[in-house]
Design a protein around this ligand. Sequence first.
Ligand SMILES: [Zn+2]
Ligand SMILES: [Zn+2]
Length: 334
Amino acid sequence: MDAWVVARPGPVATRPLERAELPDPVPRSGELLIRVEVCAVCRTDLHLAEGDLPPRRPRTVPGHEVVGRVAALGPDTAGPPPGSRVGVAWLRSTCGRCRYCLRGAENLCPASAYTGWDADGGYAELLTAPAAYVYPLPEDVPAETLAPLLCAGIIGYRALARADLPPGGRLGIYGFGASAHLTAQIAIAEGATVHVMTRSAAARDLALRLGAASAGGSADPPPEPLDAAILFAPVGDLVPVALAALDRGGTLAVAGIHLTDIPVLNYQRHLFQERTLRSVTANTREDGREFLRLASLHHPRVTTTPYPFAAAGRALADLAADRVEGAAVLLMDG
Ligand SMILES: [Zn+2]
Ligand SMILES: [Zn+2]
């Protein structure tokens, strides 16, 4: 099959992705073989390509926002029949037995494995995935629209949940890429007032079109104190900025898997009055199911920038340079 692999992790200008002809993967017991329709490009793919997240195995196929169709089931596997449309996301598997799994926090499972990092992902014609970890997807929505929901949407939803936004509260969103634009729409549909802070003028325009109450520069103070905030930009310098913008009792959730160093915090200015700083680590399958339910209820507008499969390297370079509006998606030819 035709695929892209992370050959030499490094700056995107050094072309870390390499096109490769790989043997077709074979599903093991409990796994599905899936033919890829569309794979969205996540910022985590960029972190993997550039080596911010060190490779866990050589020459891995990245990509964990996969919309495809079941092509075959592994031996003794219960799952959706061939032809069914399914989504493959970042969380590939967990142990199901550890103290975290047993208390419903499978996102913290030390033995968890991730699509496109521990196993080959969706920058390819085919991939395998455990049947218990794929999501059934509707037929009446284009694959290009569904793909960004699978990481950008699900992780953004978990970040929103971790930010503890009270009903009808004021939410600040720092950075406005693929994940943020979906999260903002869900929050607005559920009754929140959303203020967006981002360095990109195009993203500020998009935020206002999608219903944000205000849109300012990345470190600008919002027009009112925030009950909750989510930091989507992988920029540690914005942590004190966002904490200072919180109202008493507010929570800041850091959505990214990678963040540059956080500068020294000042207790009075950034944390006192019971403000809370939290990280967000992957997601549970329950988060995924709940987000996909909300998405089918509220139909968030999904802005995508399509790329042909052959242009995966360019998609990553454009993402690195902030040239992508909404989510970049790789379309399989034919
Ligand atoms: Zn576990
Ligand atoms: Zn992702």
